[in-house]
Design a protein around this ligand. Structure first.
Ligand SMILES: Cc1cc2nc3c(=O)[nH]c(=O)nc-3n(C[C@H](O)[C@H](O)[C@H](O)COP(=O)(O)O)c2cc1C
Length: 240
């Protein structure tokens, strides 16, 4: 098994294993390997490929993620240029090797929704650069996984329906390619009626009562939307 590697030392929330910092020469090899993989996929008959740069914890996503990318070289997470450099290089290299007509979609967090994480305005800044480099469609997810924080990625019922829709609509405004969206899509959603600022953030939700219909005290919907502490005080239930 190879070592877990990344832009910086980050501890995997699941395994507790730290990643090893990638050397620049290793990054060169990885860019080349993405090209090789795309050629193999095309030769095997695939119509295109999807790059995963969402949620901050896989290689491309972790370079894009300021809380995980603490490098100080040209790949630094502290600047837009630095954190997008690897992803842009990979996209261009895939297009060079597999052909400009080999479609690439990109899974990206529109909003990482974490302290010091990337926000929507950052995605709006970088999406046109990614499109220019060759991205043919975006798939907007949300959230980030860092240390023990896993926000929005696995979206339970505490998130409202279509919670990434407004963010995806805002990304669509700055690019000319299709934008897809995931996350509790249970109905048709109108991007016009969704506001990105109305998206619940993990820190607004983390202290909320997690019980819904199973509440033994039959908390009202109103009580459930209060903090868990307020819900307990109101219902005198220790189980909310
Ligand atoms: C149990 C579970 C595990 C998941 N694991 C991953 C994962 O490893 N990587 C990832 O990008 N998304 C993961 N997701 C997120 C899904 O790919 C998808 O983006 C999310 O479920 C979208 O919400 P939806 O199913 O309501 O559309 C996971 C989701 C669930 C429910």
């Amino acid at each position: 098994m190879t070592d877990p590697v990344g832009p910086s030392v980050n501890v995997n929330a699941g395994t507790g294993w730290p990643s090893r910092v990638l050397e620049r020469e290793e990054i060169e090899r990885i860019v080349a390997q993405y090209g090789d993989a795309a050629v193999r996929a095309r030769e095997a008959g695939y119509d295109g490929m999807e790059l995963h740069a969402a949620h901050g914890y896989m290689l491309l996503g972790s370079f894009l993620c300021p809380v995980r990318n603490r490098r100080e070289d040209e790949y630094t997470g502290a600047t837009v240029e630095g954190r997008t450099r690897l992803l842009l290089r990979v996209i261009r290299h895939i297009k060079e090797r597999a052909g400009a007509d080999f479609p690439i979609t990109l899974r990206i967090s529109g909003n990482e929704d974490a302290f010091d994480g990337r926000e929507l305005n950052d995605t709006q800044l970088i999406a046109p650069l990614l499109e220019q480099a060759g991205i043919d469609a975006f798939q907007v997810s949300g959230g980030v996984s860092h240390d023990k924080i896993v926000a929005q990625i696995v979206c339970g019922s505490q998130y409202r329906d279509g919670y990434n829709v407004a963010v995806a609509a805002a990304v669509r405004k700055v690019v000319n390619v299709p934008v897809m969206v995931v996350g509790r899509i249970h109905h048709r959603h109108s991007p016009r009626r969704s506001s990105p600022t109305a998206t619940p953030t993990w820190w607004r939700w983390r202290d909320r009562c997690s019980r819904t219909r199973s509440c033994p005290r039959k908390c009202s919907a109103d009580a459930r939307t209060r903090s868990a502490a307020a819900c307990r005080a109101r219902t005198a239930s220790t189980r909310c």
